[in-house]
Unconditional design. Structure first.
Length: 483
């Protein structure tokens, strides 16, 4: 994968024999949506501000190293009145319902991101002391359990009890373009000053150069006047090491647009805590100790689009996800007030994710109604996970994603807690499992692998328009359904 700036880093990881990092992703963007960004945040839907910026369909903005593409599927507008009841009604697989949700509780974490506040992984400890769900690797799941220090999580029923997959009310899958003007910054001090002074409508432009340190935004924009932080790939935030906090932290900052720049050499790349109505677009996030991009603490209705994510997990491989939504049950007290971390209705679209030690995308229990669409995955560097995507949330739509070099399975569901990992929809995904399983995963499930593995079924739906390529690899462990 080419880079626009020097990339000193750790020695190369184990690669699956014959695998090559880097792949064409023209197909990645062909199924994503066009239309304006329409978001419901805090009960309002004021729409975009034409005077503040132009919204441009993906495909008319060059995506280096991507080829351009079109986004024919249009997302629905947002219901201006969030509800706490069920999503939609009676939506069938492949169709959409409607509905919104209030979030509850914003968690906090030591902004340094030190080892005492790590994200826990799949095999969390349930309230009765037993291990639930997980990756299928019992030893790994046991190692990943985190002591609960902040209270006892309560899995209180919410909208997930009746939620069905729906794209109504989600952020439109469309890129934005940074408006002209604003405040130009050229070093860490001027960037921190601009972030500290930011108000709705502010535009902060990063000139090319290295911005050493970690950076936090606490101010919020509005739906009509978001706060913009923009730069090219030559503008590089460098946190100084894979144990050095968050490269860029949205700390309860909503209606923010992060566009175009690079974040590297941090423990965690970009973190959104309690952010809503924000867009993380076309960033290059690499060389992280743990995950690259993480939305948590009731972060809702955000769009993560067109980013390039690679080289994660350099501190601890099992925490090296590419994009991470929500929190494990063992962290609900920290990020959800001891209730599920309702980071709901987020959209992850058209991202290129490779060389992640753990899942390319990890969707946690506690999250509802999101959309994972048109992303590309390469599992060549994956050593601590057995799939590109692990869906433990409920009523997600997993659509038109493409992956190669599957560690074991391409996609998985798991049920960590009751009502979670259920009623997710898999449609139009393309799975290349022509490689042998990764050595770390070859003995799991007696070597049995699938394109899409539902563990358990949980009312999840695999449509027959998903495809898998690989000798003796079935599409799924459940019968697929026609549209």
């Amino acid at each position: 994968m080419t880079s626009n700036y020097p990339q000193p880093g750790p020695p190369p990881r184990r690669r699956v024999p014959g695998a090559v990092i880097g792949f064409g992703v023209g197909v990645v963007v062909t199924a994503l949506a066009a239309g304006g960004i329409a978001m419901a945040v805090n009960g309002s839907d004021d729409g975009p501000n034409p005077a503040a910026a132009t919204t441009t369909p993906v495909g008319s903005i060059p995506l280096t190293p991507r080829t351009q593409g079109s986004f024919p599927m249009t997302q629905g507008g947002a219901d201006p009145t969030p509800q706490t009841g069920a999503l939609g009604g009676g939506a069938q697989p492949g169709s959409v319902g409607s509905g919104n949700s209030n979030g509850n509780g914003n968690g906090t974490e030591d902004p340094t991101g030190t080892a005492g506040s790590e994200t826990s992984k799949n095999g969390t400890e349930s309230t009765d002391g037993s291990t639930a769900g997980g990756t299928g690797n019992d030893q790994k799941d046991q190692e990943d359990q985190e002591e609960q220090r902040d209270g006892k999580p309560q899995n209180t029923p919410g909208i997930e009890a009746t939620a069905k997959p729906s794209t109504d009310g989600l952020p439109a899958v469309q890129m934005v373009e940074c408006p002209a003007g604003g405040t130009a910054v050229s070093n860490a001090d001027t960037l921190k000053a601009a972030l500290g002074a930011a108000r709705p409508g502010a535009v902060i432009r990063l000139q090319d150069g290295v911005y050493e340190g970690t950076f936090t935004l606490t101010a919020s924009g509005t739906s009509e006047q978001p706060i913009w932080v923009c730069g090219g790939r030559g503008a590089v935030i460098d946190a100084g090491g894979v144990k050095s906090g968050y490269g860029f932290h949205l700390d309860k900052a909503s209606n923010v647009r992060l566009v175009g720049f690079a974040v590297q050499n941090a423990q965690k790349g970009v973190i959104g805590d309690g952010t809503s109505g924000s867009i993380i677009q076309q960033l290059k996030v690499s060389q992280t100790g743990d995950e690259a991009i993480h939305l948590r603490a009731a972060s809702q209705r955000n769009l993560v689009i067109g980013n390039e994510v690679s080289d994660t997990g350099n501190r601890r491989d099992k925490f090296g996800e590419g994009i991470y939504i929500g929190s494990a049950v063992s962290n609900w007290c920290r990020y959800g007030g001891c209730q599920p971390d309702r980071s709901d209705f987020n959209v992850v679209a058209g991202n290129q994710i490779s060389d992640t030690t753990s899942e390319a995308v990890d969707i946690k229990e506690g999250t509802v109604g999101g959309l994972l669409i048109g992303n590309s995955f390469d599992g060549s560097g994956t050593t601590a996970a057995d799939s590109w995507v692990d869906v433990k949330g409920t009523a997600w739509t997993i659509k038109d994603n493409t992956g190669r070099v599957a560690p074991l399975d391409g996609f998985q569901t798991h049920q960590i807690e009751e009502r979670w990992g259920e009623r997710n929809l898999f449609t139009g995904n393309k799975i290349d499992a022509t490689n042998p399983p990764a050595p770390e995963q070859a003995d799991e499930n007696d070597g049995e692998r699938f394109g899409i593995a539902l563990r358990p079924d949980g009312g999840n739906t695999v449509l027959c328009n998903n495809t898998v390529t690989g000798p003796g690899v079935p599409l799924s462990n459940v019968e697929c359904r026609r549209g």
